[in-house]
Design a protein around this ligand. Structure first.
Ligand code: NDP
Length: 248
């Protein structure tokens, strides 16, 4: 495995699910991790405790990615306390499902504000110390549905396709500063976000997954850890699909 010793990482939405697994994995590899949350303070503190119990270093900070100033403040506080910022995992996201004809403007706006604008704003805040240091690893979380589409997920899928275009653009813009930007596109992962699925939906879904099962957050975190490591130095602007073969 890769070492992240001496590295400092921010994981947005690191309190639960995939973000929590990323925070734990990066910390296990030696990084100091600042994890953000917006509503779930108890879960965020529990994640910090779990990391510390294993000898790692972590902080939880409340920050809504949809409010750019709050992400700017997280980056400033991180650099002030830990002296640097090497890794950003822009993971925070929400899902609001609905067939096109029932999709409300308000739902579209919320999805765009959190998943797309929030991801871009997080990168905009993080890239400043990274470009100065001439080192950075930025990883965005997209989704299999950003590339495949999905019934009932028009707006969500659009935001997840959007982060791929954003990542490729930022990758081109900051390559000369040794800042890489990549995307992990998970398939269906067992988290709170997918817990509402009925057994019938799951059975239908599984039939399309060559590996025959849903994924675990830790399996996404392993891919993120690779892209966050110095060993991924020649990988930028890429989409790493971690989906059991659902989309190839
Ligand atoms: P969860 O719903 O389990 O967790 C979401 C996390 O994001 C929580 O930590 C939550 O914090 C945080 N969050 C939500 N809104 C905001 C906000 N405005 N500002 C800051 N933090 C916020 O989601 P998953 O772990 O399942 O998903 C993580 C990412 O992976 C998302 O971007 C999702 O779209 C993507 N993804 C997930 C898939 C899946 O199958 N689960 C598949 C493909 C992609 P709090 O607890 O405080 O609300």
């Amino acid at each position: 495995m890769f070492s992240l010793n001496e590295r400092v990482a921010i994981v947005t939405g690191g309190s639960r699910g995939i973000g929590r697994a990323c925070a734990e994995t990066l910390a296990t590899l030696g990084a100091t991790v600042v994890l953000t949350y917006v509503r779930g303070e108890a879960a965020a503190l529990e994640t910090v405790k779990a990391i510390e119990e294993r000898g790692g270093r972590a902080r939880a900070m409340k920050a809504d990615v949809a409010v750019s100033a709050e992400m700017d403040a997280v980056v400033d506080a991180t650099v002030k306390e830990f002296g640097r910022l090497d890794v950003l995992v822009a993971n925070a996201g929400i899902a609001v499902d609905g067939l096109l004809l029932r999709l409300k403007d308000e739902d579209i706006d919320n999805l765009v504000a959190t998943n797309l604008r929030g991801t871009i704003a997080s990168a905009r805040a993080a890239v400043k110390p990274m470009m100065k240091a001439r080192y950075g690893r930025i990883v965005f979380l997209s989704s299999v549905v950003g590339e495949m589409g999905n019934v009932g997920q028009t707006a969500y899928a659009a935001t997840k396709a959007g982060v791929i275009g954003a990542a490729k653009s930022i990758a081109r813009e900051y390559a000369s500063r040794n800042v890489t930007v990549n995307v992990v596109a998970p398939g269906f992962i067992d988290t709170d976000m997918t817990s509402h699925m009925t057994e019938a939906m799951k059975t239908q879904l599984l039939s399309g997954i060559p590996l025959g099962r849903t994924g675990q957050s830790a399996e996404i975190a392993s891919a993120v850890a690779f892209l966050a490591s110095s060993e991924a130095s020649y990988v930028t602007g890429q989409v790493l699909r971690v989906n059991g073969g659902l989309y190839m």
